[in-house]
Write a protein that binds this ligand. Structure first.
Ligand SMILES: C[S@@+](CC[C@H](N)C(=O)[O-])C[C@H]1O[C@@H](n2cnc3c(N)ncnc32)[C@H](O)[C@@H]1O
Length: 295
């Protein structure tokens, strides 16, 4: 089960009221959305978006009787057209809880985890997205692999890992997630061992590249600011420094333009009690803003 991260903090910032309208741009299993739905009541409306159609199908099944919820399998980069489809404007709050969930890591069978023997896929959406991690690993030139490891994984050993991948694939196609993790482990010097798994950054980089995560996030944030009503709130939870940097720069620029006011000078982090029950919360950073004008 996926536990919603920083749930109390999200609720205290949004402070959802009966009749209000929200978008959960990354609804997944509905952890945050369920709590918001309870507060906005039958007169409110929540649009839940997720790019993973299997998750949306499951949620649709579970929530047949929830009248104030509409669900769409889609990319949050298309939040504007999705909101239009459901006649949603002047929204009170939009939530982005980025990345992937424990459910996808452990049960999707799509190779998100370096601890499992699964095909190297890593797509959130297997219908709209044709690029897979396997294609990158088995067909891209060494330099292109090195570039994404450096750019999206901030991996110090990008060159060595890319060379190791090419060596391995020259003798046999790399087809499973645990195989790739072993190859990476053999390329990284001993000092890296210990704190995080040596394949962590490689897997992060591949996931970001496969799903065009940085481009989608940029587009999603820009359009969300325009969809919110004045006094509406934008809340973003990120899990690695690339995402957090993009969110921080975006919010600062929009503040300068007079579009919004930052509600969090510093990112909000989970406390020790939450991290104890949900280790995933350790790297979570929440930033939030209040819309002051609609440009
Ligand atoms: C951390 S989970 C969200 C968990 C959710 N807040 C909860 O409490 O259950 C992130 C979700 O974002 C989805 N996602 C990733 N990229 C997306 C995109 N471009 N558009 C829509 N959803 C996306 C993933 O499929 C995943 O389900």
């Amino acid at each position: 089960m996926h536990r919603p991260v920083l749930l109390n903090e999200v609720l205290s910032i949004f402070n959802p009221q009966p009749g209000e309208k929200y978008v959960d741009a990354t609804i997944n299993g509905g952890g945050h959305a369920t709590a918001i739905l309870e507060r906005i009541g039958p007169k409110g409306k929540l649009l839940g978006i997720d790019w993973d159609c299997a998750l949306i199908a499951k949620l649709k099944d579970k929530s047949k009787k929830t009248k104030n919820l509409v669900l769409e399998c889609g990319n949050y980069a298309d939040i504007k057209s999705i909101a239009r489809k459901y006649s949603l404007d002047k929204i009170d709050g939009i939530l982005f809880d980025l990345g992937f969930s424990s459910h996808q890591l452990e049960e999707s069978g799509r190779g998100f985890s370096f601890l499992r023997h699964e095909p190297l896929d890593m797509r959130y959406n297997i219908y709209e997205n044709t690029l897979t991690a396997s294609e990158i690993i088995n067909t891209w030139p060494r330099k292109a692999i090195e570039d994404i490891l450096r750019r999206f994984g901030e991996e110090r050993f990008a060159g060595r890992i890319a060379a190791g991948i090419i060596r391995a694939r020259n003798s046999k196609r790399v087809s499973a997630s645990d195989e790739l993790a072993d190859i990476v482990g053999r390329c990284v010097p001993g000092i890296r061992r210990g704190r995080i798994h040596p394949a962590t950054r490689t897997f992060q980089a591949l996931r970001i590249a496969v799903n065009h995560e940085m481009d989608n996030l940029g587009q999603g944030l820009r359009d969300s600011a325009a969809l919110l009503k004045p006094q509406g709130k934008l809340v973003i939870i990120s899990f690695h420094s690339l995402e957090d940097r993009m969110v921080k720069i975006f919010l600062k620029e929009k503040q300068k333009e007079g579009v919004l006011t930052l509600l969090t000078k510093k990112p909000v982090a989970a406390d020790a009690a939450e991290i104890r029950v949900n280790p995933r919360a350790r790297s979570a950073k929440l930033r939030a803003a209040l819309i002051t004008s609609n440009q």
